[in-house]
Design a protein around this ligand. Structure first.
Ligand code: ATP
Length: 586
C-alpha cells in the first residue's frame, strides 16, 4: 500500500471528531488492506512500532527531527524553528517544510508503508557509535521522498503523537466491522485485552476470520489488560449486588503490578503495560523465593513501606522510584516496597482467568509462600453486614483507604481490561467531601496572577467520555499545588502544548493554553455540582447543565500509571454524583 493512501486516510480521520465516522473510515481502510499489510497499517495508525509492553520507542529527539527536515528540504532552519515554537506540532512543521522543498534530487522513491515502517524500525534499533548519523540519513531520506501530507504523519510518528484522536476502542470497532459481526465484537475486545496487541488481533482476523482469535491465549511474558472495579455507596448494597455473600479484600494503595514468572526469569508490568522490571529489582529478588511453581502470571499491589516501622507509606513514595534509571540502588534502599498479591491468572500451564475468584485465590495460595516482603492480600469472606463493616473499620484503622469486594459467583472470572461488578471498591466515606478521588486529564490552563504570575494559575481538567471518545471539562483546578509542582508544571506540560483545543476536547471555556490530553492528576473536591459551563455529562442530569467539581484540590499525585483514556470516565462521574445525591445531607 502506498504510504500516501494511508496518510490521506489519517487526514480524513483527523478532520472529524465523530467516533462513528472515524470507525467507518478505518473500516474502509482495513477492507482495502491486504493480509500481509494489515499489521503494519494498524501499527502506523497507532503511531507505534510494536505493542506497548515491548517498550520499543522510535526515540528521536525533536532537534534531530528538525535537522532531518532541514536536510531533506533545505528550508531555512530558523523558519523551521519558528514553526516549531509557534505550533509545537512536528507534523505541521514537516508539512510546511516539505511543501516549500527547495532541493529536488533526481531520485525520489515513492513511499509505501513497508518502506516507512522498516525505516522507522531501523531508526529505533540504531544504537552505539554512528547511530545518530544513521538515524539522520534514514529520516532525511524519508522526508526527502515524501509529499507534504506523508511528511506530516511520518513526523508525528517520530514522537508518537499522531493527533488522530483515535482510541484503541475505535480501532477495535473498525476491525469488528470489517472482519466480524456485531455480535462478535466482544470476542475481538477479549482478544485485545488478552494479548494487548491490536496488530496481532487484526492479522488473525484478516487471515482466519473471527475463529482465528481462538489462537490467542494468555502467555507468560505478555501482559493482560487489568480488570477494574465498579463503586457502590454502602456495604449492604455491595453484599446485595454480590448475591448476599462475597470476599472483602484489603485495598492496598500502591502501584498495581502484574508479575510474569517462568524459567527465563521474572518480568513486571504496570497496568499501562509498561515493563518496569528494571525499576523494581527488589521485587524480582523477593518474588523468586516466594514462588513455588514453574511459571505463573500473578497480580498484586506494590506498596511503599517504612523500613523502620514496617508500616505502609503513602502511594506517592513509590512513584518517586518510577522512571529512575540512575541511582536506582539508593532509590531501592530509600523507598523499599512490599508486594501484596491478590490474583492468580495463570499457573503451570493452566489459564485460570475463566475460573471463579475462589479458585484463583486457591491457586494463588498454593503457589506463594508468604515472606516478610511478599504477602497475600488480606481477605474476609462473609455474608454478614456487621462483620463486613467491622472489617472495613479495621482496614481504615490500619491506615488503609478501603476495601474491594469480590464476587464469589460461578462466573466471577478475571475479565481483562473491563470494569465490572465482579469487583466493587468501597472507600472511606468522606462525610463532607466527594465519596472518592477522581483522576482527571489536563486539557488546558489559565495564566497565573499574583504569586503565580508568569506561570500557570489554574488547570482545566476533564473526564473521559468513553462512549463518545471525547474529553469533557469538569473543573478549573488551582489548589493543592506546592511550590515544587508549580515550578515543574510548565516543563511538564510543554511537550503537550497545542495552539487550539484538541479536537476531542469538549470545552465551553476559553483557556489561555491548550494541551493534548496526556497528563492525569488525582483530584478531590468538596462536592459535585451542576454547572452550565462544564461539559461533563452535559444534559444527562439536567438540560443545558453538566457536572462540575466544587473546590477541587490536587492530591499531590500524578497518575503516571494512567493514560488519558484511563482517566475517570463521565459515566463514573455520574455514578459518583448519584452516590452523593443518595447520601443527601447526611
Ligand atoms: P481504577 O482502577 O478504578 O481505574 P484507581 O486506579 O484510582 O481507579 P482505585 O480507586 O484506587 O484505583 O482502586 C482500584 C485499584 O486498587 C486496583 O486497580 C488495584 O491497583 C488496587 N488494589 C489494591 N488492593 C487490591 C485488591 N486486594 N484487589 C484488587 N485491586 C486492589
Amino acid at each position: 500500500m502506498d504510504y500516501l493512501s494511508l496518510a490521506e486516510t489519517f487526514e480524513k480521520i483527523e478532520a472529524t471528531r465523530k467516533r462513528l465516522e472515524m470507525t467507518d473510515m478505518l473500516a474502509e481502510l482495513f477492507s482495502q488492506t491486504s493480509i500481509n499489510e494489515i499489521e503494519i497499517v494498524i501499527r502506523l495508525t497507532q503511531g507505534k512500532l510494536a505493542p506497548d509492553f515491548e517498550g520499543i520507542e522510535i526515540g528521536i529527539a525533536e532537534t534531530l527531527a528538525r535537522k532531518a527536515i532541514y536536510e531533506a528540504t533545505r528550508v531555512d532552519e530558523k523558519k523551521i524553528l519558528e514553526w516549531w515554537i509557534k505550533d509545537g506540532d512536528l507534523g505541521s512543521v514537516a508539512f510546511q517544510a516539505v511543501s516549500m522543498k527547495k532541493q529536488t534530487s533526481l531520485f525520489t522513491e515513492k513511499l509505501n508503508i513497508a518502506i516507512v515502517f522498516d525505516s522507522l524500525l531501523q531508526i529505533s534499533k540504531a544504537s552505539g557509535s554512528g547511530s545518530q548519523d544513521l538515524k539522520m540519513k534514514l529520516l532525511a531520506k524519508l522526508f526527502h521522498d515524501s509529499t507534504p501530507t506523508e511528511a506530516r504523519y511520518i513526523a508525528r510518528t517520530l514522537n508518537g503523537k499522531m493527533r488522530l484522536g483515535l482510541a484503541d476502542m475505535t480501532i477495535i470497532d473498525a476491525l469488528a466491522v470489517t472482519y466480524a459481526t456485531k455480535e462478535e465484537r466482544d470476542k475481538v475486545v477479549w482478544a485485545y485485552n488478552t494479548c494487548s496487541d491490536l496488530a496481532r488481533v487484526g492479522k488473525l482476523l484478516a487471515e482466519k476470520g473471527i475463529n482465528g482469535l481462538d489462537e490467542i491465549e494468555l502467555e507468560v511474558g505478555v501482559p493482560l489488560k487489568a480488570m477494574l472495579c465498579e463503586r457502590l455507596p454502602s456495604i449492604p448494597e455491595i453484599i446485595e449486588k454480590l448475591d448476599g455473600k462475597c470476599a472483602f479484600e484489603y485495598k492496598y494503595d500502591g502501584l498495581r503490578i502484574q508479575a510474569h514468572i517462568n524459567k527465563s526469569g521474572i518480568e513486571l508490568f504496570t497496568r499501562q503495560l509498561e515493563n518496569v522490571t528494571s525499576q523494581f529489582p527488589d521485587i524480582v529478588e523477593m518474588l523468586a523465593p516466594a514462588f513455588k511453581g514453574q511459571e505463573c502470571v500473578i497480580e498484586g499491589e506494590c506498596v511503599p513501606v517504612d523500613i523502620n516501622t514496617g508500616e505502609m507509606l503513602p502511594f506517592q513514595t513509590v512513584s518517586r522510584r518510577r522512571g529512575r534509571k540512575h541511582e536506582l540502588d539508593s532509590a531501592v534502599e530509600e523507598f523499599p516496597v512490599n508486594l501484596f498479591l491478590f490474583d492468580c491468572l495463570y499457573l503451570d500451564g493452566q489459564d485460570f482467568t475463566q475460573t471463579p475468584y475462589t479458585n484463583r485465590r486457591k491457586m494463588l495460595e498454593s503457589c506463594i509462600t508468604e515472606t516478610d516482603r511478599v504477602k497475600l492480600a488480606d481477605v474476609l469472606i462473609t455474608d454478614d453486614f456487621e462483620k463486613a463493616e467491622e472489617y472495613f473499620q479495621n482496614v481504615i484503622g490500619k491506615g488503609g483507604e478501603g476495601i474491594i469486594a469480590k464476587s464469589l459467583a460461578e462466573d466471577s472470572y478475571y475479565r481483562a481490561g473491563s470494569r465490572g461488578w465482579n469487583w466493587i471498591k468501597f472507600k472511606r466515606d468522606y462525610k463532607t467531601e466527594m465519596a472518592d478521588t477522581v483522576d482527571l486529564v489536563i486539557v488546558g490552563a489559565f495564566s497565573g496572577k499574583g504569586k503565580r504570575a508568569g506561570g500557570y494559575g489554574a488547570l482545566l481538567m476533564a473526564t473521559y467520555n468513553a462512549d463518545e471518545g471525547h474529553f469533557e471539562t469538569i473543573t478549573k483546578l488551582g489548589s493543592g499545588f506546592d511550590d515544587e509542582m508549580l515550578a515543574a508544571l510548565p516543563e511538564m506540560l510543554e511537550p503537550h502544548k497545542i495552539n487550539k483545543p484538541n479536537k476531542l476536547v469538549n470545552s465551553k471555556m476559553q483557556a489561555d493554553y491548550w494541551f493534548e490530553p496526556s497528563i492525569v492528576l488525582e483530584v478531590r473536591g468538596a462536592e459535585i455540582t451542576l454547572s452550565p459551563i462544564h461539559t461533563c455529562a452535559m444534559n444527562l442530569v439536567k438540560e443545558n447543565y453538566g457536572l462540575a467539581i466544587r473546590f477541587p484540590r490536587y492530591m499531590g499525585i500524578i497518575r503516571q500509571d494512567k493514560g488519558p483514556e484511563d482517566a475517570t470516565t463521565t459515566e463514573e462521574m455520574l455514578a459518583l454524583y448519584e452516590i452523593q445525591s443518595n447520601r443527601g445531607g447526611e
